[in-house]
Ligand binder design. Structure first.
Ligand code: AGP
Length: 624
């Protein structure tokens, strides 16, 4: 997730762009840049590997004089480590076309290879740069270079060149494009990444979200997928990707800038809970079908031979990432691959038993967790290969691991991890199915069915999120409770642990997750009359046993809330129900965690806790 901005009007463009980027920094902050057109000197470009303040200082040394059109970008790296070369905006070979992009171009490698063959010179490792050179190629193809320098000739041709380039792209993009020969027009396009146009008086804006321009105008048009906009200082025209005009009526934004950064949500955590369909979609994008097992080889250079030869997997992680690892164990072992999971901080003594026959999977959102890094170094010292699952390009973990599979969730601002967790789960499912195909532990037809069910999950998460009001009511009912117990079996047992951790983290109340089958071996003694017990009871081969465990808890006075699907609901007797859509049991953690995240959020909200920055916690624990 990155932040893009664009401006065209009467003011100095860089002033507006930098102001907007500062408000978009929550979307990504590993590098940033601006580009504009100086009427005398042509293209103006400033980029830094760092925060927007550093960019501002760089611009001050060499300001864009008289430039009233420009684009800007603040980056959350997905392809190419954070560096000035990889920072946007990116330019074509002639430094005339310049572009900023938010999203993932799935087919950038084949586009780049084709352009390299025709002589284009690339300066970065990003997928984005392939787009700007493709536009350059389309401009050449339209013979625009020979056209008279009249805007009424060049502008339609520039539009057509960008439109043709977009037609070849696969993946997600929100982009803004400038051409030095067309200073009177900015082009924007949207496909699966947000893009909004701000409509001012004698000036217009482009941004990833309204927070970038709200201080200048509250009038906005949200582009739809498959649409482009030709933005001039006193007009905006909208088109579909076929070049046909479309109409839009502006809306008036009711938020202030601070609310806008949170997308209108009260906290980043709630915003990030609601971003989870997109987190799963982006993490699965381009990684499932066709299931030939070579996707991992191609994307992360993970040799299929290594996967065929390993005798097992050892997952190491901390906190919520550890819970993702626990789910991963059920998934890998479902396909016959023996898997162990350890807290990274407890792994030391076990490091000596790993060797080249064991693949280490290190899970870490930040890629900076000291415990995890230390455990990775110990595992490598024992000869094991390390595959990292992380959300942060350029993090220390990515430099120490042998292979890296990125989750594509964008920066997670809330200290309590939600969308990164579900991205980690999605990554586990991707690895497990490819490992199973490579090791011939699954029939092709079953693998395709699994992949197709997995691809439905983003929409099912959206449906689970629609149950938010029901969760709120139950949370408010229990808001004053001093203890919470979460129980579940099998692949949802880690979700019980995660639900308990979420409450502890953000509302500072005692909560415990337990294997439902284990309760009768002692812990059931803690249940008192009226104790809130949340039980994951979705359809599974263990459902009748979970139903028994719920009865055992009720018999000791517990007030049980059951997380059910429309089928299991009939078999469970509880005081409260939260329903999630039914999916295959093996995929159910992707849905059952949603109401537990919301439950923890609403409990903390009722207790007026500092939800995004809970006491005593840090987003990344860089000490052991
Ligand atoms: C999760 O809500 C917590 N913030 C914490 O448990 C976190 O998951 C843990 O510190 C690991 O962080 P990492 O994923 O960045 O390594």
């Amino acid at each position: 997730m990155c932040g893009i901005t664009g401006y065209i009007g009467e003011k100095t463009a860089t002033d507006i762009l930098v102001d907007g980027l500062k408000r978009l920094e929550y979307r990504g902050y590993d590098s940033c840049g601006v580009a504009g057109i100086n009427p005398e000197k042509g293209l103006y470009l400033k980029r830094v590997s760092g925060r927007v303040d550093a960019l501002d200082a760089l611009i001050a040394k060499d300001p864009l004089k008289k430039g009233t059109v420009g684009i800007g970008h603040t980056r959350w790296a997905t392809h190419g480590v954070p560096s000035e070369d990889n920072a946007h905006p990116h330019t074509d070979c002639k430094n005339e076309v310049v572009l900023v992009h938010n999203g993932i171009i799935e087919n950038y490698l084949e586009i780049k290879e084709q352009l390299l063959r025709t002589g284009h010179k690339f300066k970065s490792e990003t997928d984005t740069e392939a787009v700007v050179h493709l536009i350059e190629e389309k401009i050449k193809g339209l013979n625009v270079s020979g056209a008279a320098a009249r805007s009424d000739v060049l502008e339609p041709m520039f539009f057509e060149a960008v439109r043709r380039a977009i037609a070849e792209l696969k993946g997600s993009f929100a982009m803004a494009v400038l051409w030095a020969r067309c200073p009177g027009m900015l082009l924007a396009a949207r496909q699966h990444s947000p893009l909004v146009i701000g409509l001012g008086g004698g000036e217009n804006f482009i941004a990833s979200d309204v927070s970038a321009f709200l201080k200048y105008t509250k009038k906005a048009v949200f582009l739809n997928d498959g649409e482009m906009a030709a933005v001039k200082k006193d007009s905006v025209l909208y088109f579909n990707f076929q070049g046909k005009k479309v109409e839009h009526s502006p809306v008036t934004i009711q938020w202030d800038s601070t609310m806008a950064e949170k997308g209108g949500y009260k906290h980043f955590m709630l915003k990030e809970i609601h971003e989870q369909p997109e987190s799963v979609e982006n993490t699965l994008r381009g990684r499932l079908l066709p299931l030939k097992g070579d996707i991992l080889q191609r994307e992360i250079n993970l040799p299929s031979e290594l996967i065929r030869n390993i005798k097992g997997v050892q997952i190491i992680a901390c906190g919520t990432a550890y819970h993702a690892g626990l789910v991963g164990r059920y998934v890998f072992e479902n396909f016959g691959l023996p898997t162990s999971v350890d807290f990274a901080s407890e792994f030391s003594d076990r490091a000596k038993i790993v060797n080249k026959d064991i693949l280490i999977i290190a899970v870490s959102q930040s890629g900076e967790t000291a415990d995890t890094l230390y455990a990775v170094r110990e595992a490598k010292a024992s000869g094991a290969k390390v595959l990292a699952i992380t959300n942060t390009l350029g993090s220390t973990l990515t430099r120490e691991a042998d292979y890296v599979l990125y989750t594509h969730c964008g920066p997670e601002i809330g200290v309590a991890s939600t969308k990164a967790f579900i991205g980690q789960l999605a990554a586990m499912y991707v690895l497990a199915i490819h490992f199973a195909v490579i090791r011939k532990n699954i029939f092709d037809a079953d693998a395709r069915e699994y992949a197709n069910e997995l691809l439905k999950i983003p929409r099912l998460i959206e449906a689970a999120l629609e149950g938010s009001d029901a969760v709120l009511k139950i949370a408010e009912h229990f808001a004053k409770s001093e203890h919470f117990l979460f129980i579940a079996r099998h692949i949802n047992f880690p979700i019980a642990l995660e639900g308990a951790l979420k409450i502890k983290e953000i509302s500072y109340v005692h909560a415990e997750g337990y294997a439902a089958g284990e309760m009768k071996h002692g812990p059931i003694a803690i249940i008192y009359k009226g104790m809130p017990v949340l039980a994951v009871a979705t359809t599974s081969k263990m459902l009748s046993l979970v139903a028994n465990n719920i009865e055992e808890a009720k018999a000791r006075g517990a007030e049980v809330t059951a997380i059910v699907d429309e089928d299991s609901r009939k078999l469970i007797k509880a005081s409260h129900y939260i329903t999630v859509p039914r999916t295959a049991e093996i995929l159910s953690p992707l849905l059952t965690v949603i109401p537990l995240q919301l439950f923890a959020y609403f409990i903390a909200l009722a207790k007026k806790c500092d939800i995004d920055k809970p006491r005593n916690l840090a987003k990344s624990v860089t000490v052991r």
